[in-house]
Design a binder for this molecule. Structure first.
Ligand code: DPP
Ligand code: ZN
Length: 855
C-alpha cells in the first residue's frame, strides 16, 4: 500500500466552491446525482481528479454535455477528467446499495435507517469528489425517499423546502450556508421521533434543537438534551463562540464505527452516547453522554468553522476539542475527579501506545490508512499539549490566543502550526521549543531528586529528562515540560506556594532557600505535563502526601505510587510492608472532609495493566496474584469499615446529583473490598445489591464484583441479567463486556463461548468491542500463557476484516505489545500477527497495524 507523507502536501489543483447533491434513496438501490462547480486553483494544466471508492460513473457531464468515453478515465477508483479553462460544472451519476455496505463508511443502513459516515474518507464512497479537508464547498442537498418508510429526511444546514410526490415518495431540500469539507457531509432518512427543544443564543437568535431516535427510545434522550444546552451555553461563556445555524440536529444510530460525528448541523451518534436512563445506564455512561455531546457540539467551532488542512493536522481539531470537552465536564461536575479519570485513561491507552510499535507524534509524518490515526495520541495526548499551553499562558492569555485563532482562521482549513502561532501572538509567549511536543513521539521520563543541605538550609531539585526512542525517531531533543511543584514542610503539613517550573534542558537544577528541615516534594501537580515522573520519595513521604497534599491529583497520585511500590515489590518477590497502604486507605476513607467520589478514586488499586507498565517484562500471573493479595488484605483489615460504608451509602431513590453519584461510587468500592476480603457473606451482599438496585451503576458493579469470583451467585446474576436486558442492545453489551473483563481463571474460555453466543454479531461494532475489545484490555486473561487469548482476538480480526476493516484494525494494537512480554508469549503473539498478515485480500487498515506491530 502507498504511504502518504505530511511533507508531500500540495494545495488542491481544483476547488469546488459549490455542490448540489440529489439523492433518490432506497436501501437496495440509491441514485446519487452530483453537480460540482469546479474552479482551477493556480496556474497549471493538470486534469480534474475526483476521488472515488467502489463507484462506477454511469454518466459524466461537463457544462451540461455528456462526455465522450475518451474524455475521462478511471485511475485506482478515481475519475480523471481533462479540462481546459478555469471553471466548469461537472455532473456525475452513480448508484449505491446502502444495505450491503458493511464497512459503515459512506451511505449505509442501520436498524431501518439510512445514514452516512464520511470522516475521514467515506464521502468518496458516495460520490466522485476531491475528498480532502482543504476543499470547502457550499452544499445544497435534495433527498427523495419512500414517505412511509422514511418519513424524516435530514441533512446538513438549514431546511429549505419539502414536498410530497404522487408515487408514495416525498422530498426535502437542505442548504448549508457554511462552506465545509466533504468529511462533514451527512444525511439521515428514517422513521424517527424527536425530542425537540430550543436555545436562544448570546445574540438572541433562536435555534431549534432536535434529538432524533426510535420512538421507543425518546424517554432516554433527556440527559443528552440537557448536555447539549449546557454545552452551547458553556462555549458562549468560556470561549465566546456562538452557534450559527437555525437548527441543530442529533441522530442516534445503533451501528457506528466511532463514538459520534460532528457533521455540520447534523451530528450522528453511536446510540450509546445518546441514550441513557437509570435502568440501563451507569453513571459512567451518563458522563460519557454528556462529554461526547459536548465534544461534537464544540467541534462546530474547533473542527467545522476552522477545519484541518490535511489529516496530519487531525489533532488540531481533536486534541483541542477533547481539551474543551474535558474542561466542560469538569465544570459540570468535579474538577479533581475529572482530572484523575482523564489521566487514568491517558495512562491506560496513550502511554501504552507511546511505548509500543505504533507510537507516533500528535502530528504524524506518514500513514497508510488515516482511519488508523484516530488514536489516544491524537486525541488524549493532543489534549494534554493544549492543556500545557493553557497552563503556561493562564486563562486570560489562553483565551486571547484562542480568540485570535478562531477569528483569523474562520472559514479556513488550518494547521497545528497556525494554532501555535495564534497562541504565541495572542497570548504573548515563545513556543519554539514547545513545538517539539508536536514532532516527537514517546512519553518523556522525568527524574526528580531532592537534596537538602541542613547547614545552609538549601534544597536542590535535580531534574533530568529523557525521551525513549520510538519508531523512526531514535534520538530525541529535550522538551519544554511545565512542572507544577510544591515543597511541603512535614512538621506543619503546609507548603510555601505552588510554583510552575519549566524543565527545558536534559538536566537542570532548581535551588530553594530557607528550609531548616528536609521538605517533601509534590511534583507534576494536577498532572501538569504528560510525563512519567520518578522520584526518590520514601513510602513515608508518599503516605504523608496521600493524607496532606492540597492538590487533589497529587494526593491521588501519592496514594497510587504508594500502592505501586508495594505491588511491584511483591511481584519481584521482595518482602513488602503493605501495612502502609492499609493505613493510607483507612485514613482516606475516614476523612470526613473529602468528596466521596474522590475517595473512591484514591482507594482504587492500580490496574493490572498499569502495574505491567512499571515492569521491564510484564508477568501477568504474578501481577494478578500480588494485586489480589493486597486487595484481600485491604478488604480484610478494614472489613468493618467497608460494611459500614456499604450500608451508609445506600440511597433512598435515584438522583444524578454529584452527591448521589459520589455515594454510588463509594458504595461500589466498598462492596468490591468487602467481597475481596473473602467474607463469607460477601457474594450474598453483592447479590442483594445486584437484585435490589434501582439503577445500573449499582447493578453492574455488583455483577462485575461477582463475575470476578467463583460463587454460585455469579452464575445466577449473569443469567438474570441476560434475561432482564437481552432485548436491549446497549445493556446486552454490558453483559458481554463484564464477562470479558472478569478477573476469573476461565475468562478466556468464556470469551470463546460468548463469541459463539446467539446474541453475538460481527455486524455491530459496539458488540464486537464489548467482547473482544474488553477482553484484550483484560491483561491477565488475554495474556493467558496458552496463547488462546491471542488466537481468539486474531480470529475475530480476520473474520471482521472482510466486512468492517476499520473496526477490525482497532483490535490489532494489543497483539503488538509482544516486546513487553516473555519470550514464549512474544512468540505466540507474533505468530498471530503473522497469521493475520498472511490472509489473502487483507485490508489496508489491518495490514498497516499488523505489519507495524510485528516490527
Ligand atoms: N471526529 C469524530 C470525533 O472525534 C470522530 N469520528 O468526534
Ligand atoms: Zn472529535
Amino acid at each position: 500500500p502507498t504511504i502518504i507523507r505530511r511533507s508531500d502536501y500540495r494545495p488542491p489543483d481544483w476547488l469546488v466552491p459549490a455542490i448540489a447533491l440529489d439523492f433518490d434513496l432506497d436501501p437496495a438501490l440509491t441514485i446519487v446525482r452530483a453537480t460540482l462547480s469546479v474552479t482551477r486553483n493556480g496556474d497549471h494544466d493538470r486534469p480534474l481528479r475526483l476521488d472515488g471508492d467502489g463507484l462506477v460513473p454511469l454518466e459524466v457531464k461537463v457544462d451540461g454535455t455528456a462526455l465522450a468515453a475518451d474524455d475521462w478515465h478511471m485511475e485506482a477508483g478515481s475519475l480523471i477528467i481533462a479540462l481546459s479553462g478555469a471553471a466548469h460544472s461537472i455532473e456525475t451519476l452513480v448508484e449505491l446499495a446502502p444495505e450491503s455496505n458493511s464497512k459503515l463508511m459512506g451511505l449505509y443502513a442501520s436498524g431501518g435507517l439510512l445514514c452516512t459516515q464520511c470522516e475521514a474518507e467515506g464521502f468518496r464512497r458516495i460520490t466522485f469528489f476531491p475528498d480532502r479537508p482543504d476543499v470547502l464547498s457550499r452544499y445544497s442537498v435534495r433527498l427523495t425517499a419512500d414517505k412511509a418508510r422514511y418519513p424524516i429526511l435530514l441533512a446538513n444546514g438549514d431546511p429549505v423546502d419539502q414536498g410530497v410526490l404522487d408515487d408514495g415518495r416525498h422530498w426535502a431540500l437542505w442548504n448549508d450556508p457554511f462552506p465545509k469539507p466533504c468529511y462533514l457531509f451527512a444525511l439521515v432518512a428514517g422513521d424517527l421521533a424527536c425530542n425537540a427543544d430550543r436555545f436562544v443564543t448570546m445574540s438572541g437568535r433562536e435555534v431549534q434543537l432536535g434529538i432524533w431516535v426510535r420512538e421507543a427510545d425518546l424517554p432516554r434522550t433527556a440527559h443528552a438534551m440537557q448536555a447539549l444546552k449546557n454545552s452551547i451555553a458553556w462555549d458562549e461563556r468560556v470561549y465566546g463562540r456562538e452557534y450559527d445555524l437555525d437548527v441543530f440536529n442529533i441522530v442516534a444510530v445503533a451501528d457506528f464505527n466511532f463514538g459520534a460525528m460532528e457533521n455540520k448541523g447534523l451530528n450522528i451518534f453511536n446510540s450509546r452516547y445518546i441514550l441513557a436512563d437509570p435502568e440501563t445506564a451507569t453513571d459512567i455512561d451518563y458522563d460519557g453522554v454528556e462529554g461526547v455531546v459536548a465534544h461534537e457540539y464544540f467541534h462546530n467551532w474547533s473542527g467545522n468553522r476552522v477545519t484541518c488542512r490535511d489529516w496530519f493536522q487531525l489533532s488540531l481539531k481533536e486534541g483541542f476539542t477533547v481539551f474543551r470537552d474535558q474542561n466542560f465536564s469538569a465544570d459540570m461536575g468535579s474538577h479533581a475527579v475529572k482530572r484523575i479519570e482523564d489521566v487514568r485513561i491517558l495512562r491506560a491507552a496513550q502511554f501504552q501506545e507511546d511505548s509500543g510499535p505504533l507510537a507516533h507524534p500528535i502530528r504524524p509524518e506518514s500513514y497508510m490508512e488515516i482511519s488508523n490515526f484516530y488514536t489516544a495520541t491524537i486525541y488524549n495526548k493532543g489534549a494534554e499539549i493544549i492543556r500545557m499551553m493553557a497552563l503556561m499562558l493562564g486563562a486570560e492569555r489562553f483565551r486571547a490566543g484562542s480568540d485570535l485563532y478562531f477569528d483569523r482562521h474562520d472559514g479556513q482549513a488550518a494547521t497545528c502550526e497556525d494554532f501555535v502561532v495564534a497562541m504565541e501572538e495572542g497570548g504573548g509567549i515563545d513556543l519554539t521549543q514547545f513545538r517539539r511536543w508536536y514532532e516527537q513521539a514517546g512519553t518523556p521520563h522525568v527524574r526528580a531528586l531532592l537534596r537538602h543541605d541542613a547547614a545552609t538550609g538549601t534544597v536542590d531539585l535535580d531534574l533530568q529528562q529523557s525521551i525513549p526512542p520510538t519508531p523512526g525517531q531514535p534520538d530525541k531533543q529535550p522538551m519544554a515540560i511545565p512542572l507544577r511543584v510544591a515543597l511541603f514542610d512535614p512538621a506543619t503539613g503546609t507548603h510555601h506556594g505552588d510554583e510552575l517550573l519549566m524543565l527545558t534542558e536534559a538536566q537542570q537544577n532548581v535551588r530553594f532557600e530557607g528550609f531548616a528541615a528536609p521538605p517533601i516534594l509534590s511534583i507534576n501537580r494536577g498532572f501538569s505535563a504528560p510525563v512519567i515522573v520518578e522520584t526518590n520519595r520514601s513510602q513515608d513521604d508518599l503516605a504523608f502526601l496521600s493524607a496532606r497534599d492540597d492538590d487533589p491529583f497529587a494526593r491521588y497520585e501519592a496514594m497510587q505510587q504508594l500502592m505501586v511500590n508495594v505491588l511491584v515489590g511483591a511481584i519481584a518477590g521482595q518482602p513488602v510492608d503493605d501495612a502502609a497502604v492499609v493505613a493510607a486507605v483507612r485514613n482516606t476513607i475516614s476523612d470526613p472532609l473529602l468528596d466521596p467520589a474522590f475517595v473512591a478514586e484514591a482507594i482504587r488499586l492500580p490496574s493490572e495493566a498499569y502495574l505491567g507498565d512499571q515492569m521491564a517484562v510484564v508477568d501477568p500471573d504474578a501481577i494478578h496474584a500480588a494485586r489480589e493479595s493486597l486487595q484481600r488484605r485491604i478488604g480484610a483489615d478494614l472489613a468493618p469499615l467497608w460494611r459500614d460504608m456499604h450500608s451508609r451509602t445506600k440511597a433512598n431513590g435515584f438522583s444524578l446529583s454529584p452527591a448521589a453519584k459520589g455515594a454510588r461510587k463509594l458504595r461500589n468500592a466498598a462492596l468490591h473490598y468487602l467481597v475481596a476480603s473473602g467474607a463469607e457473606d460477601g457474594p450474598a451482599i453483592a447479590f442483594a445489591q445486584f437484585h435490589e438496585a434501582d439503577n445500573m451503576t449499582e447493578r453492574q458493579a455488583a455483577l462485575a464484583t461477582l463475575a470476578n469470583g467463583t460463587s454460585m451467585e455469579r452464575d445466577a446474576a449473569i443469567d438474570i441479567f441476560y434475561n432482564r436486558y437481552g432485548h436491549d442492545a446497549l445493556t446486552l453489551d454490558k453483559w458481554f463486556q463484564t464477562q470479558a473483563f472478569a478477573l476469573h481463571p476461565d475468562t478466556v474460555d468464556q470469551v470463546e463461548e460468548l463469541g459463539r453466543h446467539k446474541a453475538f454479531t460481527l455486524s455491530n461494532p459496539n458488540r464486537v468491542r464489548s467482547l473482544y475489545g474488553a477482553f484484550s484490555g483484560n491483561q491477565w486473561a488475554f495474556h493467558h500463557r496458552s496463547g488462546k487469548g491471542y488466537q481468539l482476538v486474531a480470529d475475530c480480526i480476520i473474520a471482521l476484516d472482510k466486512r468492517n476493516p476499520q473496526t477490525a484494525a482497532r483490535l490489532v494494537p494489543p497483539l503488538g505489545r509482544w516486546k513487553r512480554f516473555d519470550a514464549d508469549r512474544a512468540a505466540l503473539m507474533r505468530a498471530q500477527l503473522s497469521r493475520i498478515l498472511a490472509q489473502p485480500g487483507l485490508s489496508k487498515d489491518v495490514t498497516e497495524q499488523a505489519s507495524k506491530s510485528l516490527e
